[in-house]
Structure formats: C-alpha cells, structure tokens
Design a protein around this ligand. Structure first.
Ligand code: NAD
Length: 421
C-alpha cells in the first residue's frame, strides 16, 4: 500500500508521520483508515488585518487545523510565534487527537497559530489580533465544535478575549468555548499547573518502574514557562532535586539542587532564570547534555535531534513539550536504553484538566482543587499504566505504544460510526 514516507528530521509533520507509520504497521491498520487518520478534517487559513498603535494597517496570518472530530469536539491550543507554519500546526493538531485518545477523553484534536512576535506587540494590538482571529473562525468554534486553549505565548488573558468575542457574536455568554480561562470567567482550579502536575505524576510512575527514589532523582528542565516552571515547583515540592533549568536566555546549574521557591521570587522580577545567585550559569545546549536522572524538555520542538542525542546522559526523558525529540533521535536514545515518556502521554495533564474545565462550564458546577487533582492523578496513572502495558504486551517502546493505543481508539470510533456519504 502507498504510505507517506518521512523525510526531513525536524519537520514536525514528518516526525508525527514516522511514528504513526510504525504504530499503524504494528496494528495492521487498513489502508482506508490510514488515509483518514493522516488527513486533517479541516485546515483554515485566515488573514488578520489590524490597525497598529502607530495608525498603520498590518495583516497577520492565522491558522486553525482540526485534525479529527471523530471522538468529540476538536481540542487544542493556539500559539503566537514568528515561526509558526501550517505544517507545524498540522502536526500539533494530529498530536492533540492522539493525546486526547491516550488519556481517553471525549475530544478530537486541533491546533491554531498566528504568525506574530508578541514581544513586539502592545497589549491593545494583541487583543485586536486575537479578537479578529476569533471572529474569522466563529463558525467552526464552539463548545460542541472546537475548543481552543493556551499554548506558546498565549495565556488566560488571550482566552478571556476569545471567550468574550465568541459570546458577543452568539449573543450570550459561552464560557465552555475555550479552556485555560481566568478562574472568575469559568476557569478551573488546577488548570494552570495541570501540565506540570501531570509530568510529575508520570515521573513518579517511571521512577518506581525503574526502582529509583524521588530524593535521589536529579532533574534538569528546559523551559521555564507554564509547563517548565510548574513542573519544577511540583517536582521540587514532591522531593525531587532540580539541578538545572534553562529558558530562552540561558541556563543555570546547581548540582546540590536549586531552591525553586527562591528561583520563583527571582524570576518574578528578572523575567528570566539567568543571573539567579543560587546556581552557576550554563549554556542551554550544554545543560541538555549534563548528566541527570530525568531530563524534562518543556520549551519547544526538535531540541533532541540526531546531532545531540548520543550526548544526552539522562535515564528518563519526560516530554513536557510537544515534539521535543525527533524520530532519528528516538532511535539513538532507545539504543542508549533511555526511558522516554512520550509527549502525548507526558504532557496530557493540561488537556485533561481542560476537559474538566469544559465539563464544569457546561454543568455550571465547579469542583474544588482536591477533586480536580485526584481525578487528574487517576487519569494520568491509568494512562501511564495502560501505555506501559501496551509496550510490554507488544514489545514496543512507550512512544509507539502510546501511538498504538491512540490510533486504535480513534480507528475504533471511526469504524463504529461508519462513513457518512
Ligand atoms: P511558554 O511560552 O509558557 O514557555 C516556554 C518556555 O520555553 C519559556 O520559558 C521560554 O523562555 C523557553 N524556551 C524557548 N526556547 C527555548 C530554548 N531554545 N531553550 C530553553 N528554553 C527555551 O510555553 P508553555 O505553555 O510552557 O509550552 C511549552 C511546551 O509545552 C510547548 O511545546 C507546548 O506546546 C507544550 N505544552 C504546553 C501545555 C500547556 O498547558 N501550556 C500543554 C501541553 C504541552
């Protein structure tokens, strides 16, 4: 049968397809389902004209890709970055489908992005861009259709603007149209730290599988944004030793352990981890290769590639970011017997609590933090154990097992629903 072949190592869509191919082969997936699962349901490109603060008009480009709606409304974040591409958004949308299926929540997958550099935009300009993008997508968004969430460079404030714009158009308040909202606008307690908390839960499972203890487990984290900083805080509070952290400006290292409480206070003022007095400076690239027990990439794609994979000295890689490891790097890491907790499992805590937020908004009944965290723990533990069980049963690594589980679940739904013609 004719199959899509992987080419460029750092092309995110190719990276997704190369893992998909292996899992599809193992599952003996039929040709028709293979084609359906690799083709996005809908890809939308919008022009976003905005009057800038200097009075001039500027046109930005935005995308929304809905990869699959088979298991429920599309779900996935929106990122604002200068290097956003349709290929990247397409890959991230598919990853959302697999991620929602791995944790077995009733969503399909989507992703959105706007090509812009938020650091050069005023708050007013960002708001106009967000509202115009939302208005352009009004027909395809909605609690039953497509529910965005924050991603790189988007936050609660951006979600509030989307929710308000959508609500203005449909003439009533619809909190469930986005997740990751501020608490008093229908957000969920525990959402902000959910991805980081999910990472900690799967790290707990992984170290107990290998027979390690938290207190002697040294962790290096790349990225100190939503995912990285929350993972750092929660792992630190649970007793792990965080010995290195980097952000886009550089890295810090303290082999005796970084005091994360003090680091948070420092970053609040400095807006970077660089310059923190409780650690030594180290280049971000060097930090990735520094010996540790858990390496937690929580920044962006393609950080571990065929160029540096053989120098990675971690025992476990917990992928907080989406797509931080290329397919070529995977092979090198597996040869080195590094245990990888793949992104579609490791960072699924975020979408899981997004699902809780959507459920709470639709019921108009809000849970307390204990309930949110307990339900998150239950889903993450079950998902880790199911993926690990799949890996053992089929003799594959954790990433391929997660893909197999996800593809199996989505394919099953499509088969049961049948094809409308
Ligand atoms: P963010 O914008 O809050 O933070 C990104 C962090 O990465 C920043 O600290 C930035 O300085 C740092 N960074 C960027 N390039 C770097 C580099 N080359 N080296 C070191 N640090 C670098 O973004 P986020 O929401 O934390 O998302 C991070 C990753 O996690 C992305 O891949 C995103 O898709 C994924 N993710 C996020 C969530 C979520 O709930 N926010 C959920 C699942 C997956």
């Amino acid at each position: 049968m004719e199959r899509h072949e992987s080419k460029a190592e750092t092309n995110p869509f190719e990276a997704m397809v190369s893992r998909f191919n292996v899992a599809a082969e193992k599952l003996n997936l039929d040709e028709g389902l293979y084609q359906i699962l690799l083709t996005a349901d809908r890809e939308i490109s919008v022009a976003i004209p905005v009057q800038m603060d200097n009075g001039k008009l500027k046109v930005f480009k935005g995308y929304r890709v809905q990869h699959s709606l088979a298991r429920g409304p599309a779900k996935g974040g929106i990122r604002y970055a200068a290097d956003v591409t349709l290929e990247e958004i397409r890959a991230l949308a598919a990853w959302m489908t697999w991620k929602c299926a791995v944790v077995n929540i009733p969503f399909g997958g989507a992703k959105g992005g706007i090509i812009c550099d938020p650091s050069t935009l005023s708050m007013g300009e960002l708001e106009k861009i967000t509202r115009r993008y939302t208005a352009s997508l009004i027909d395809v968004l909605g609690p039953e259709r497509d529910v965005p969430a924050p991603d790189i460079n988007t936050d609660e404030k951006v979600m509030a603007w989307i929710m308000d714009t959508y609500s203005m158009h449909v003439r009533h308040t619809v909190t469930a149209v986005v997740t990751g909202k501020p608490l008093d606008l229908g957000g969920s307690v525990g959402r902000r730290e959910a991805t980081g908390r999910g990472c900690k839960i799967v790290c707990d499972r992984a170290i107990s599988r290998i027979g390690m203890r938290r207190e002697t487990t040294r962790v290096i984290i790349q990225g100190f944004g939503n995912v990285g900083s929350m993972a750092a805080r929660i792992l630190y509070e649970a007793g792990y030793q965080i010995i290195g952290i980097s952000d886009v400006h550089g890295g810090i290292l303290n082999t005796l352990g970084i005091n994360i409480t003090k680091l948070f206070a420092y970053v609040q003022e400095a807006k970077t981890v660089v310059g923190f007095l409780g650690a030594e400076p180290i280049a971000g690239k060097e930090l990735l290769e520094y010996p540790c027990d858990i390496l937690l990439p929580a920044a962006t794609e393609n950080q571990i590639t065929s160029q540096n994979a053989d120098r990675i000295k971690a025992r476990i890689i917990c992928e907080g970011a989406n797509g931080p490891t290329t397919a070529q790097a995977d092979e090198i890491l597996y040869d080195k017997k590094i245990f990888i907790i793949p992104d579609i499992l490791a960072n699924a805590g975020g979408v899981t609590v997004s699902y809780f937020e959507w459920v709470q908004d639709r019921q108009g009944y809000f849970w307390n933090l204990k309930t949110v965290n307990e339900r998150l723990e239950e889903i993450m533990v079950n998902s880790f154990d199911t993926v690990a069980g799949y890996a053992d049963r089929h003799g594959v690594n954790m990433r391929i097992a997660a893909y197999m589980l996800a593809i199996d679940r989505v394919a099953y739904t499509i088969r049961e629903r049948g094809i409308y013609a």
